[in-house]
Design a protein around this ligand. Sequence first.
Ligand SMILES: N[C@@H](CCC(=O)N[C@@H](CS)C(=O)NCC(=O)O)C(=O)O
Length: 115
Amino acid sequence: MNGRYIVYGSPGSGSVPVEAALTLIGAPYEVIGETVLRDVARNPAVFKVNPLGQVPALIIPGGEVMTESAAILIWLADRYADAALAPPPADARRPAFLRWMVYVSSAIYGLARWR
Ligand SMILES: N[C@@H](CCC(=O)N[C@@H](CS)C(=O)NCC(=O)O)C(=O)O
């Protein structure tokens, strides 16, 4: 896949792991976003790509939008298997990887209050 990824984010937010993954993969990306997290939900550009007004959002080269941190990180790990960011699907460690990846974004994320 050629082209540049676009990450909608903000420093210290859930976009950081997405940026870290893209950096480890070596994929080119640019970040669009607010320097202050509370301004994310006021940014019409964010709502254009995510009706929930949340980051991270990832624009894949080709134009498809992905949201939801776990989905993005799992997809990147699978798409760029050579980067070894996650155990491959048949690996014995895969269930634990998926368990904790989904747990963090579904149970831990919601504990933070952003507004
Ligand atoms: N379920 C989403 C949650 C995303 C989320 O809560 N993002 C926060 C920043 S880390 C956000 O955009 N907050 C802005 C707001 O809700 O005003 C995910 O896992 O990506």
